[in-house]
Design a binder for this molecule. Sequence first.
Ligand code: ME8
Length: 593
Amino acid sequence: MLRTSVFRLLGRTGASRLSLLEDFGPRYYSSGSLSAGDDACDARTYFTTPIFYVNAAPHIGHLYSALLADALCRHRRLRGPSTAATRFSTGTDEHGLKIQQAAATAGLAPTELCDRVSEQFQQLFQEAGISCTDFIRTTEARHRVAVQHFWGVLKSRGLLYKGVYEGWYCASDECFLPEAKVTQQPGPSGDSFPVSLESGHPVSWTKEENYIFRLSQFRKPLQRWLRGNPQAITPEPFHHVVLQWLDEELPDLSVSRRSSHLHWGIPVPGDDSQTIYVWLDALVNYLTVIGYPNAEFKSWWPATSHIIGKDILKFHAIYWPAFLLGAGMSPPQRIYVHSHWTVCGQKMSKSLGNVVDPRTCLNRYTVDGFRYFLLRQGVPNWDCDYYDEKVVKLLNSELADALGGLLNRCTAKRINPSETYPAFCTTCFPSEPGLVGPSVRAQAEDYALVSAVATLPKQVADHYDNFQIYKALEAVSSCVRQTNGFVQRHAPWKLNWESPVDAPWLGTVLHVALECLRVFGTLLQPVTPSLADKLLSRLGVSASERSLGELYFLPRFYGHPCPFEGRRLGPETGLLFPRLDQSRTWLVKAHRT
Ligand code: ME8
């Protein structure tokens, strides 16, 4: 649609055409709505990942959660106006029965286990380039203060009462389950034991006097919130699921456990015989990070985007907004939900021995390679299957061959001996398509390429807004293919710099291809930061020219000066992404045996 409109615009003649280009051209090709002046971008945004349980080492699913948040946050920063407008937190969830039991099984004090595994998450995230501004551990003193304060607010508003809770509890998922969500599973010796229908984890019967939260009061307010904010939960199917849950009965929720049973947690203020329910404790981390209960937290709340996996949707989309409403606060602005990674068709689990270690993957496929793979192949709406052959195939075809090959073709010394950004010739490639003349060389497909790349930043931003990062990468990849087709079609290696006829067109072909590469490099920064840096540095694009607000694609085509024309290319001539050897694909097979 945009392509048609720009052609309509370009189709006008004479002075009016020029003034229209002045008025509208730059907005069209500079990804106008993505730039610094944009209202949405002036506002602050606070991105969060879930905080990760420390009962076991991180796996690729955890890294995926963090990468999605990282890419969203980096993309938001690219839109400007300044990185100070974003905050990005992650951390570890260290209390509760699950951790208490894991420490006992490992023969460790809970603090020892927490320190050890929390450190593994921090190391992984550092290695993977997760650009978080905050890392929180729920065992920190600041968090205890925040949770106990939040509890006090709920109590003072009459939302907590003492009552007897009787029912199933799943320690692995740290949740209560109604009878209908429990089934019997046959054990190895023929006897059966009760498990959660959803997760398959064992459950046990509990009967305790606890503090209970009046969750049932919040069914209607939650429905109103979701119906009034259709984008609150993205992708849409998850929004729909939550509304369906809210059509059912919403019983009150037990929010504490007897301390004699659960000692590893935050005590209920004024009642040491009870420990605060780990999910209430964990969810408040999002407030602790931004300074709650001090008033400073208000500058970041509720401008919050939570990134979560589908298994913890109920906690974030029902319990958390209900707690917040109960405390007199607004629910978070957005909840982005993703699905899970399976391995060779199976759920990842310690007992199956198929857990994929993300640090091994980062070493094997490089940080940028593995980031690209997870974000390009991970689809939020459905589970995705991991196996090594898939990684090698994708990275070789899209990063090494298509993108790396394109860069190499346009910058290699034999084709670009002056190693500069060549000039664009408006006579060879006039802005009006369909012109004929002896020096006109551009063809219809070339105009299609320019139009596709010009609209790419907006398309990518829309995909980010809809939490479809894989579609953003698919769109970039498709434009890379189109650009390779452009270079192939005009075979610059057959043109001669010495010929006055060939030279302007040869320069134009390279100029257009480099401009496309500049757009790809800019748009890939949130996903493959080092690779994008290498690409942009090779093109001679300085650090201050890499934001979306600065992305004036192919200005010469639109009648504007191009700051890159004649500029020297960067000195780094190495491969952008080295091809991977198929024989490196034994990681998952090794796990399977
Ligand atoms: O749930 N594929 O922590 P967690 C993709 N502590 N994502 C996966 C996955 C997989 N195979 N397995 C897990 C918790 N995840 C709580 C959160 S937040 C206040 C408290 C994702 O370590 C999962 O969906 O079990 C979740 O988003 C995240 O990893 C943390 O899971």
